[in-house]
Design a protein around this ligand. Structure first.
Ligand SMILES: [Zn+2]
Length: 337
């Protein structure tokens, strides 16, 4: 048995698991990790992430650093705004945006996406004597990795439960998405004593927070204009309480988005907050359809100036064709101001 156990709780960052291989201090390889398996080689892209050191002084000859690549909420919201203006499909959440950004063929694109990295574990290594998770996190910091500052040590399971409950609310105020908490036995000797099953270690456990989604109804679909003249459909929703605010509108981005999810006026839908801020429709509850739902079509004329609306070949976006459209001028002014 294991007596007087200390635990470490760490926030589970909602991003992409990554293995970084360092040889004689130099970053030589970055590999994604899906379901614990080693995945794609994304070395060139990983090297563009500012919070990943390319060289570590006084590093052991071989070291595998594990952590999470994530997209901060601010970057995510800006990126989706840009995609809306360009008529591209938005990313559903920070995790998808991080994954999409890391799998780019061109590292310059990855570099422009403002990704970041939190380190939390070491895999294979030679020449390092570390005795606990707490010591490990401090060592990673000494190597100039960013370690999520919200980890905490507890001397009882009651404390762990307190920590888990506390962060269920507080996590919404962070600048990045988290989907749970990881609880680890702190002492490595005790970890070894506990061992592992074929699949997972017995000394660590992930607690997942339930995703925040609520049901509401699409009352109508309206069209507004962005500064480049792009007409953006939004859903007016039956007002509903979600993650601290009352939500009554969700962007529908463009016609491709509406078609892909098959969103109709009158539909019952589930909504969530992307990046904790932007209300988004996740799914349509098609079982609740009565047959009275209406398919939305983009208006043929601009809702602001009345001139014809045009869809550019190969783009999801519809634009007003009038260069002097009051809507375009107004949005440009707002953006400028
Ligand atoms: Zn117009």
């Amino acid at each position: 048995g294991v007596n007087s156990v200390e635990y470490i709780t760490e926030l589970k960052i909602d991003g992409l698991s990554m293995n970084l291989i360092y040889e004689n201090g130099s970053l030589v390889q970055g590999l994604t990790r899906g379901d614990g398996r080693v995945g794609e080689d994304v070395t060139a892209n990983v090297k563009t992430i500012h919070t990943i050191p390319l060289y570590i002084e006084n590093a052991p000859p071989y070291m595998e650093v594990r952590g999470e690549v994530y997209m901060p909420r601010k970057s995510f919201i800006t990126l989706n705004e840009e995609r809306d203006e360009a008529g591209l499909m938005p990313f559903a959440n920070c995790r998808n945006a991080a994954a999409g950004s890391l799998r780019q063929l061109d590292p310059h694109v990855t570099a422009s996406r403002n990704l970041a990295f939190f380190a939390y574990a070491l895999g294979d290594m030679q020449g390092l004597e570390i005795h606990s998770q707490e010591e490990l996190l401090k060592q990673l910091e000494a190597f100039h990795f960013q370690v999520n500052p919200n980890y905490r040590k507890w001397d009882s399971i009651e404390g762990v439960i307190k920590g888990v409950n506390e962060w269920e609310i507080k996590r919404h105020d962070l600048g990045y998405d988290t989907d749970g908490m990881v609880i680890k036995v702190n002492d490595f000797a005790q970890q070894n004593q506990l061992g592992a099953t074929v699949k997972d270690p017995k000394w660590a456990m992930a607690y997942k927070y339930p995703p925040e989604e609520v049901e509401t109804k699409v009352e109508r679909i309206i069209v507004t204009m962005g500064r480049t003249g792009v007409l953006t459909p939004s859903a007016d929703l039956t007002p509903v309480h979600l993650a601290g605010t009352t939500v009554k509108r969700a962007t529908l981005h463009n016609m491709d988005f509406i078609h892909e999810k098959d969103i109709r006026v009158g539909d019952h839908v589930m909504i969530y907050k992307a990046g904790e801020i932007i209300p988004e429709i996740s799914t349509v509850l098609k079982d609740k359809r009565t047959g009275k739902e209406e398919i939305f079509e983009m208006p043929k004329t601009c809702p602001i100036c009345g001139e014809p609306v045009h869809r550019i070949e190969g783009e999801a976006a519809y634009r007003c064709t009038n260069p002097n459209c009051g809507g375009v001028v107004r949005e440009k002014l707002i953006h400028f101001a």
